[in-house]
Design a protein around this ligand. Structure first.
Ligand SMILES: Nc1ncnc2c1ncn2[C@@H]1O[C@H](COP(=O)(O)OP(=O)(O)O)[C@@H](O)[C@H]1O
Ligand SMILES: [Mg+2]
Length: 257
């Protein structure tokens, strides 16, 4: 139905070992949303993302994508619709950039000509020069590597992008530039994006909506401006207080000149 959320998690729970990692997480995400998933290290963010593309099977609960349970049909058909990019993306070192970007199209049986055309299109999309197609991963900077990783995740035209700390290893300037470049791509390609980040400022500046996961439970779910005004849960308040305190300290330095 038109009003159904594009992605819907219903009471998704997971224990790993004997420990509960996700406690009945429910989340409804409309098509086109850009959601940042934030929370302390170990709070279950990666586990939650992996339940969406079936890298991890929940103990209970369900995940629906575009109205259909993700367990209907084979995993590879689901993953074709989902781009997955993560920190330290690990390009295949023995393949050049074009071959890396073309991995999934190749698995899908695209012709060589169709793959080459798609690689050229994707390099343009992520603002890398066309001659990067022949470069080896070990000749790329960190930012260029992440751009190739994003191109690879987009290769089969997914509608949903799952990104797990995609810019985590980059210097702040490259990180800011790439974050904004990705946000523009999200808008232009009509993607739905869930981006895990531990950087609350990045989340506030890039996303439409921020979901705060603490100890496997969603403790806040709000638009950036709403989250900044959020009061009630001390752990959430502490999390949003830090970037605001830093912004005030910077402003005070400018005032003191
Ligand atoms: N395969 C596993 N077996 C047991 N525990 C795990 C496994 N994978 C992750 N965990 C634990 O689950 C918790 C959540 O992990 P994770 O989802 O990676 O958190 P985050 O991405 O928020 O840092 C952590 O305490 C982690 O140690
Ligand atoms: Mg993680």
């Amino acid at each position: 139905m038109a009003n159904d959320p594009f992605l819907e998690l219903h009471h998704v729970a997971k224990d790993l070992g004997a420990r509960p990692i996700l406690h009945a997480v429910s989340l409804a995400i409309p098509a086109g949303s850009f959601v940042a998933l934030v929370g302390p290290s170990g709070s279950g963010k990666t586990t939650l993302l992996k339940t969406i593309n079936r890298l991890i099977e929940p103990d209970s609960g369900s995940v629906r994508l575009d109205g259909t349970d993700i367990n209907v049909g084979p995993k590879h058909r689901l993953r074709r619709r989902i781009g997955y990019a993560f920190q330290g993306i690990g390009l295949f070192p023995h393949m050049n950039v074009a071959e890396n970007i073309g991995v999934v199209p190749r698995l899908l049986g695209w012709t060589e000509a169709a793959r080459a055309a798609r690689v050229a299109e994707l390099l343009d999309l992520v603002a890398l020069p066309a001659d990067f197609a022949a470069r080896r991963p070990n000749t790329l900077s960190g930012g260029q590597t992440q751009r190739v990783g994003i191109a690879r995740a987009l290769a089969a035209r997914p509608s949903l992008m799952l990104m797990d700390e995609p810019f985590g290893t980059l210097d702040p300037v490259t990180r800011d530039e790439l974050g904004r470049a990705y946000r523009a791509l999200h808008d232009r390609l009509d993607l739905t994006t869930i981006m895990v980040t531990h950087d609350i400022t990045e989340a506030l500046l890039l996303a439409d909506r921020i979901v705060v996961l603490i100890e496997g439970t969603i403790r806040a779910d709000a638009a950036p401006a709403e989250l900044l005004a959020y009061r009630g849960d001390p752990a959430v308040e502490a999390m949003i207080a830090l970037p605001q305190a830093q912004a005030r300290r910077l402003a005070a330095l400018v005032d003191a000149r």
